[in-house]
Design a protein around this ligand. Structure first.
Ligand SMILES: *Cc1c(COP(=O)(O)O)cnc(C)c1O
Length: 366
């Protein structure tokens, strides 16, 4: 028996809508569920337009193109994120500029963003990592001052809130992922949300081979086939109906882990939740903080022996060979070396959480 890190929970509602989609014959990227999912999800994010995509990475790629980022343009991103954030910038010949994280939120450090602004800075991609929103205020004021765009990478934070506002509507555009382990899933899938009508139209066109809205089979731009299917969207519509329940479960799971592990502080750092933030605890995560104590990889090995799946934090992108920048970003490096994600499926029982915590405790405090 292995307790998985994440597991999609697909119920009768999902099955019914997908079967209805199949029966309708609209199995590719035309069909009523696409529109319904786009409208419902945009509304959920308190944003005007939603454009579904084949996955979260293609959503980022299209957002970067829509922001007019091209060869030589600099885009500021955190080093501690999933690699797709950086790759999307590279796809268009742009240069990702890496910024350190802050200990308080594990997200991009807004104070350090300022230092990286140059004449070539075109955009900032704040990533709401592991479900906690970025402290947006300073980032938004920098963006206004220099006239640069904000593309939120909200792939891990559906429903998270910054000062009472949902992520997704905080910048010019936001990208979501609906991969199997994300907060809601369509198997593979993504969406860009925006309040800007012309950006929405541009993205829609690029997603569909760059075809003109007015003239069929006329292509004034080089586009892509980055569409979601109607069957995936059907799954998304059913999942979205349950999102409040899913987020409630995520919160309960986080509280339950916190309750058992709190006494290990300060040898471990529990997941952040700033007073201005609603964390959605996509993956319950810990950072080990005892330099002389057990190493993260040793703990992960021990968990595995006990049938518990876990995952190290992302590798800091500025240390990957294709992105190596030669800089030291100490907070990102510390978190990447000491952080781990723990099982967080919404069907995880309290007994299992206790078992996982007991294993952690007996490893760290033998
Ligand atoms: C999952 C994820 C993506 C990419 O989404 P896919 O749907 O897997 O392509 C991008 N950014 C972050 C932060 C992610 O976690």
């Amino acid at each position: 028996m292995i307790i998985p890190i994440a597991e999609p929970v697909i119920g009768e509602e999902e099955k019914a809508l997908v079967l209805e989609g199949l029966a309708s014959g609209w199995i590719s990227s035309i069909g009523k569920y696409i529109k319904e999912f786009e409208e419902n999800f945009a509304e959920y994010c308190q944003v005007k337009y939603g454009i579904t995509t084949s996955n979260g990475t293609t959503a980022l790629h299209l957002a970067v193109i829509a922001a007019d980022i091209g060869p030589g343009d600099e885009v500021i991103i955190p080093s501690l994120t999933f690699v797709a954030t950086a790759n999307a910038v590279k796809y268009v010949g742009g240069k990702p500029i890496f910024v350190d994280s802050e200990m308080d939120t594990w997200n991009i450090d807004p104070e350090k963003v300022k230092e990286k602004i140059t004449r070539r800075t075109k955009a900032i991609i704040p990533v709401h990592l592991y479900g906690h929103p970025v402290n947006m205020e300073i980032i938004l004021s920098i963006a206004r001052k220099y006239g640069i765009k904000i593309i939120e990478d909200a792939a891990e934070s559906h429903g998270a809130e910054y000062r009472g506002r949902k992520v997704g509507g905080l910048g010019d555009m936001a990208c979501f992922s609906f991969f199997g382990n994300k907060i809601i899933t369509t198997g593979e899938g993504g969406m860009i949300v925006t309040n800007n009508k012309s950006l929405a139209e541009k993205i829609r066109m690029l997603r569909d081979h760059g075809m003109s809205k007015r003239r069929k089979y006329y292509y004034p731009k080089i586009g892509f086939n980055y569409r979601m299917t109607n069957l995936q969207a059907a799954l998304g519509v059913a999942q979205l109906r349950k999102i409040d329940f899913i987020l409630q479960r995520k919160k309960e799971i986080a509280f339950s882990y916190n309750k058992h592990l709190r006494f290990l502080v300060p040898d471990v750092i529990l997941p952040p939740e700033k007073s201005w933030a609603k964390n959605v605890f996509w993956m319950y995560s810990l950072t080990l903080n005892n330099k002389k104590g057990i190493k993260r990889d040793v703990l992960m090995k021990r968990l595995k022996e006990k049938g518990i799946d876990s995952r190290p934090f992302f590798f800091p992108i500025h240390k990957l060979p294709q992105y190596r920048s030669g800089e030291n970003l100490p907070v990102a490096e510390f978190l990447a070396e000491n952080g781990l994600n723990l099982p967080s499926s919404i069907n995880l029982s309290d007994e299992k959480i206790k078992y996982i915590c007991d294993t952690i405790i007996s490893t760290l405090r033998p």
